[in-house]
Design a protein around this ligand. Structure first.
Ligand code: GTR
Length: 422
């Protein structure tokens, strides 16, 4: 009888442990003491003293590391990128905006992928600076404008938003409009370009579709271990959108600010890092694998993100699951790849999963490279109080509230962009 009880207890214990939930650390006292990887010293120990050394030595080796071990390399160029204006209205949004819906076609190996850019441009500008970013559920969800095309692509179901059977519906018009301060953006002389990310690469652990599939050789079913995951595919899509926007007479393509929230903030940062044509980058609550320092292991960790979303990063990144100590880089070095261009990192006080302090420190640690280029970074290592933004070329704020994009965020992005982009 005793033996049986022991057996049952042992098996219960084993079951508990194999299905044990990941318990995120939210205790600052338990954050490991770790050396922050040096920004201004090369992997071989050489000190970086000037801009040329940064450009020729340090930046390329950091970029290469992130390409081959974190986000994955782009597998090459497309054969062709073309576009078609699907719809245009010079008097959209009650006369406040010029609306364009542009279909971008990406061609490779006789395969084609299409995605749409919804553009709203202010009418008082000949060529407008714009914010460009992805949305989670479709362009029609960012506004109640009835003329926005409802996409046909695979969509994540969301009971709250009434999205079922993985299909977008017209009934979801405007369900995410609170995240996109279109009126404010236009009133401040900026335009907005949005793309549904699922048209570029559906957000599922399946590499048979999206941009990835265009590049496969015979019989290939997934990228190589050092090639792009979904975040890199989304970043690549943003660059292809920029290719097209460069040909648009109404857009000032030298002033395109790449923006993203959460996983799409990770994509915006990677786009900003890999494509120097983006004038600036904004990371809104991008967290682990975005702005937050991985080695703090606060909230979401590398192991956790790679198990929940095995398709986001390249396979090689999994080497660092539960093994952040072995990473020779951290995310401040991703942010530093954007230097000397303006960079804004924003957090939300209740978004502990994304590690606000880790996001802040990461922005702070880019200070030396901005300084090298005569730009002002964030010198203080102390996170500012909530709702007290610091706005230099590198900007940071932590606002009250949860993981989201709010009017508060946009008001501050606009204030900063007017100073540093226009
Ligand atoms: C979470 C994920 C985060 C963040 C977020 C989002 O589930 O753990 O890294 O990307 O999703 O994109 O909303």
């Amino acid at each position: 009888m005793k033996k049986l009880t022991l057996l049952i207890l042992t098996s219960l214990f084993m079951t508990y442990h194999s299905t044990a939930q990941f318990a995120p650390n939210y205790d600052e006292a338990k954050v490991p003491n770790f050396p922050v990887p040096e920004l201004m010293t090369t992997f071989s120990g050489e000190q970086i003293n000037n801009r040329a050394e940064w450009d020729m030595k340090r930046r390329p080796e950091l970029l290469k590391f992130f390409e081959e071990n974190v986000y994955g390399k782009f597998p090459g160029a497309l054969d062709q990128v073309t576009f078609k204006i699907l719809e245009e209205d010079k008097n959209a949004l009650d006369g406040k905006a010029h609306r364009k819906q542009i279909e971008v076609s990406c061609e490779k190996n006789n395969r084609t992928l299409h995605f749409n850019i919804l553009l709203y441009l202010p009418k008082n500008k000949e060529r407008a600076p714009i914010f460009l970013g992805y949305n989670f559920f479709g362009n029609h969800t960012i506004t109640s404008d009835p003329h926005v095309i409802v996409h046909q692509a695979w969509t994540m179901n969301n009971a709250d938003l009434g999205i079922t059977e993985n299909r977008a519906k017209a009934t979801s018009r405007g369900v995410r409009s609170h995240r996109w301060a279109v009126d404010k953006i236009l009133a401040n002389g900026f335009g907005l370009g949005v793309i549904y990310y699922g048209e570029v690469d559906p957000d599922k652990n399946d590499f048979s579709d999206g941009l990835h599939a265009l590049f496969y050789g015979n019989g290939q079913q997934k990228p190589q271990e050092d090639e792009w995951g979904s975040i890199a595919a989304w970043a690549f899509g943003l660059s292809r959108a920029l290719d097209v926007l460069e040909k648009d007479d109404l857009v000032d393509a030298s002033k395109v600010v790449v923006f993203g929230h959460s996983r799409l903030g990770k994509a915006a940062l990677w786009a900003g890092a890999t494509d120097g044509r983006f004038a600036a980058a904004i990371s809104n609550n991008s967290g682990c694998g975005g702005a937050a320092l991985s080695k703090r292991k606060f909230g979401e960790t590398v192991g956790r993100i790679n198990s929940s979303f095995p398709h986001w990063f390249c396979d090689r990144f999994k080497k660092f699951d539960q093994n952040e100590e072995a990473l020779p880089v951290d995310q401040h070095q991703l942010l530093a790849l954007i230097a000397p261009r303006p960079l804004y990192v924003a957090s939300a006080a209740e978004d502990q999963w994304a590690d606000p302090k880790g996001e802040f420190l990461s922005a702070h640690y880019t200070y030396p490279v901005y300084h090298l280029f005569g730009k002002e970074g964030i010198q203080s290592p102390n996170i500012p109080p909530v709702n007290e933004p610091i706005q230099h070329t590198v900007a940071y704020h932590i606002r009250t509230g949860v993981h989201d994009v709010t009017d508060y965020d946009w008001e501050h992005y606009l204030k900063w962009a007017k100073q540093f982009i226009e």
